[in-house]
Design a protein around this ligand. Structure first.
Ligand SMILES: [Zn+2]
Length: 490
């Protein structure tokens, strides 16, 4: 069928974009339409028209020929710790579970400065964009006393690279001397932390439709904050329209046992008793839940950021089944996908996260427990629901132009064109996206980041990672330097 472009006006400048002749457009609309040989017309920041034959009232300023490509809605990452990007694959932390993993890394994280936060964020955000993510959250928790405004640095990086950002102002306020796991110097004064949280909300939280930045609040975990911190942060978040609350729960037996020992209840029951349930709350992981607790999540509309690769990497404390996501979906729990921190993944690759989510549940819950369509739904509409963003997650008229084009003519997809949508999840380990568009702006073109120099960031990141490890080594002394993982850097 012939494509109809009606030109009845002049160009608006650098404002409009036409994606034409895409082999497939996976809309994720209510009917879950997949349009063959489709076109999308965009006037920043939104989609004006989608279909086989579309009528545009202005000639587009920019036209992308999408022949040979598939268009999908931008993927949504609901859990990350971007600052960990410079501390991935540290040898001593490669083969240990959550608590020893954290204890190995706190000594490095306490050395973080503004430049580490900035470059670490660019690395993680760049990886996300190159693998199809257009919106990401980040849970920043390690506020070292020498860095005043850590979140501001991340927001700057997100703005520069061009990703839609939901920074979550984390809090650690229970150091080792108060029975927590982190060292005391990573514990903040709670009043100061709350004041800073309020400052960030007032400065950056933008509730407008299509906004590029919305703030959430997030005490780190039951073993690194006090009960007061949980109660006070959620109270503060609920004072402001659209400020959501986020934390980790039930990701390991160690975390579960800590709650039982210190609070006498399971992690979810602790959350319930501190007001942490509702549509404005989402938890990272939520692995160790019983059926009643899954029912509580469903009933209260509380969301879950499922992070399969991180859960496998830390083995969630040995021999545990993966998070009961198939069960959650059956009960109607809102589920999104998260890559989690780069020190426990060790990547920010959204397409890989989808693939892992597709496969990880099969040994425990059955071969048909998770389909490609379900995973794509979690990673698009699921994430949008968790972050309360109705304007993202699908390719539809009036929605934000967050669109990813993937070249199907790559070796990773060769031989799989009988089901190109499923191919994106089952195959393609070696593939990057071709184009990534956020709010109508092209941020990845021909598989390259548009707004930053990838090579320069890599070099800087390696230099800063080495510096961090050296500093940690000096602080810990001679024996520490003799450890195998430190020698790897010498
Ligand atoms: Zn996390």
């Amino acid at each position: 069928m012939k494509v109809l472009f009606v030109v009845i006006g002049k160009s608006l400048g650098n404002n409009s974009l036409l994606i034409k002749n895409a082999d497939f457009i996976v809309t994720m609309d209510n009917r879950r339409r997949i349009i063959k040989n489709g076109n999308i017309y965009i006037e920043k920041p939104k989609i004006i028209s989608v279909g086989k034959n579309i009528e545009v009232s202005y000639s587009a300023d920019r036209v992308i020929d999408a022949r040979g490509k598939i268009a999908i809605p931008g993927l949504i990452n609901t859990h990350h710790h971007l600052s960990q990007t410079l501390t991935r694959v540290i040898p001593v932390a490669q083969n240990v579970s959550l608590f020893p993993w954290l204890l190995s890394l706190y000594d490095i994280w306490r050395e973080i400065t503004v430049k580490h936060i900035y470059i670490g964020a660019l690395v993680g955000l760049g990886e996300l964009l190159l693998t199809g993510c257009t919106t990401t959250s980040d849970h920043y928790v390690q506020h070292v006393p020498s860095v005043q405004h850590s979140i501001d640095v991340e927001i700057k990086a997100a703005d520069e690279i061009g990703i839609r950002f939901h920074p979550c102002r984390g809090i650690i306020n229970r150091g080792r001397s108060k029975g927590g796991l982190p060292p005391d110097d990573l514990a903040e004064d709670m009043d100061k932390a709350l004041k800073d949280s309020e400052r960030i909300i007032r400065k950056y939280h933008d509730m407008k439709k299509f906004s590029m930045c919305r703030v959430a609040l997030g005490p780190c975990s039951p073993f690194s904050v006090t009960r007061d911190a949980l109660e006070e942060t959620i109270k503060l978040a609920r004072k402001y329209e659209g400020v959501l609350s986020h934390t980790h729960i039930a990701d390991s037996k160690q975390d579960f046992d800590y709650c039982m020992k210190n609070y006498g209840v399971s992690p979810l029951k602790l959350m319930e008793s501190t007001g942490w349930l509702g549509r404005d709350v989402w938890f990272a992981h939520a692995i160790l839940l019983d059926k009643t607790e899954i029912g509580i999540l469903a009933k209260t509309g509380t969301g879950v950021a499922h992070c399969p690769r991180s859960n496998m990497r830390l083995a969630s404390d040995n021999k545990m089944d993966p998070a009961p996501v198939p069960e959650m979906l059956r009960h109607g729990v809102r589920v999104g996908l998260g890559v989690d921190g780069s020190a426990s993944n060790d990547a920010s690759n959204m397409l890989d996260e989808l693939r892992t989510c597709l496969l990880v549940h099969r040994p425990a819950y059955g071969v048909s427990s998770m389909t490609a369509t379900q995973v794509l739904e979690i990673a698009t509409l699921g994430g949008a629901k968790i972050l309360h963003r109705n304007e993202i997650g699908s390719i539809e008229v009036g929605k934000a132009a967050d669109i990813v084009l993937i070249d199907l003519k790559q070796l990773g997809y060769a031989g799989a064109m009988h089901d190109p949508v499923a191919a994106l999840l089952f195959c393609g380990d070696s593939c990057r996206v071709h184009t990534n568009i956020v709010n109508g702006e092209i941020v990845v073109e021909d598989g390259k980041l548009v707004n930053v120099d990838e090579q320069e960031i890599c070099e800087k990141a390696n230099e800063l990672a080495r510096e961090l490890v050296d500093k940690a080594g000096k602080r810990r002394g001679k024996n520490y330097l003799k450890q195998k993982w430190i020698r790897a850097f010498k």
